[in-house]
Design a protein around this ligand. Structure first.
Ligand code: ADP
Ligand code: MG
Length: 232
């Protein structure tokens, strides 16, 4: 499904006034494609992702996922849509120390699978967790706890967890920030592969301009405004 933000404006309270974090921003990302967002700190990149992931409601504009206007949904429909259609990867993996890689992926399913049909649902979830971990290159490491994984591998688990619900939209905030160049490059490659394999519309923030070749398009944020830079 296509992710489409049109004329999105977002402000935050700031002292006696308000600060404009997004100023009439429009972005369109098709399934199987990724758009990279670059720009200085404070330019509105994380705000853009939060609006795209339907975590924050903008002051104006529309956010559509597969044609559905997310701002027109009731709170309950919106949280359903978030669960089903949106995968989020933050900069820090935030894994639970006491759970294995596979368990990190099924833990939310566990909460959802209470009651009727729960057992079959959990079995299916465990299978899907194994498939997803294999897809991010972690076959054979499914039963390791975070302390027995490298930084790059933990970020892979984080990405796998976001893909577990087979979302239509993947939102990724600075996935390489905590990694060295080599590992960072491999994570960018992985996000690009996963975008195609899982046919997700990926919106990704990075400050590492050397990795932009992995994205289908590059968007530059400046003071809450978007411009499409010339590509070298
Ligand atoms: P980036 O991710 O590019 O660093 P952000 O989206 O985090 O930019 O921030 C954009 C602007 O909005 C900045 O001026 C920031 O200080 C401000 N801002 C971000 N989040 C909040 C918030 N929760 N409350 C008030 N201002 C915020
Ligand atoms: Mg940010």
């Amino acid at each position: 499904m296509t992710l489409e933000l049109s004329d999105v404006t977002l402000t935050y309270p700031d002292g006696d006034g308000r600060i404009t974090a997004l100023d009439r921003v429009s972005v369109r990302v098709a399934p199987g494609e990724s758009a990279a967002v670059v720009g200085p700190s404070g330019s509105g990149k994380s705000s853009l992702l939060a609006v795209a992931a339907a975590l924050i409601r903008p002051d104006a504009g529309t956010v559509r996922i597969g044609g559905t206007d997310t701002l027109g949904l009731r709170p309950r429909e919106l949280s359903e849509l978030r669960l089903r259609e949106i995968g989020i990867v933050f900069q820090q993996p935030n894994l639970v120390a006491s759970l294995t890689a596979a368990e990190q992926l099924v833990v939310t399913e566990h909460m959802r699978a209470r009651g009727r049909g729960g057992r079959a649902r959990m079995r299916a979830a465990r299978e899907r967790a194994m498939e997803t971990l294999a897809a991010v290159g972690l076959a054979g490491k499914e039963h390791r706890h975070p302390h027995r994984l490298s930084g790059g591998e933990r970020q892979r688990v984080n990405i796998a967890r976001a893909l577990m619900g087979r979302p239509s939209v993947l939102v990724v905030d600075e996935p390489t920030a905590a990694l060295d160049h080599e590992r960072g490059e491999r994570i960018m490659e992985l996000v690009a592969d996963a975008t195609r394999t899982f046919d997700v519309a990926t919106l990704l923030v990075t400050h590492d301009t050397e990795y932009l070749g992995y994205a289908a398009s590059v968007l530059e944020m400046r003071d809450g405004r978007l411009r499409i830079p010339d590509r070298a």
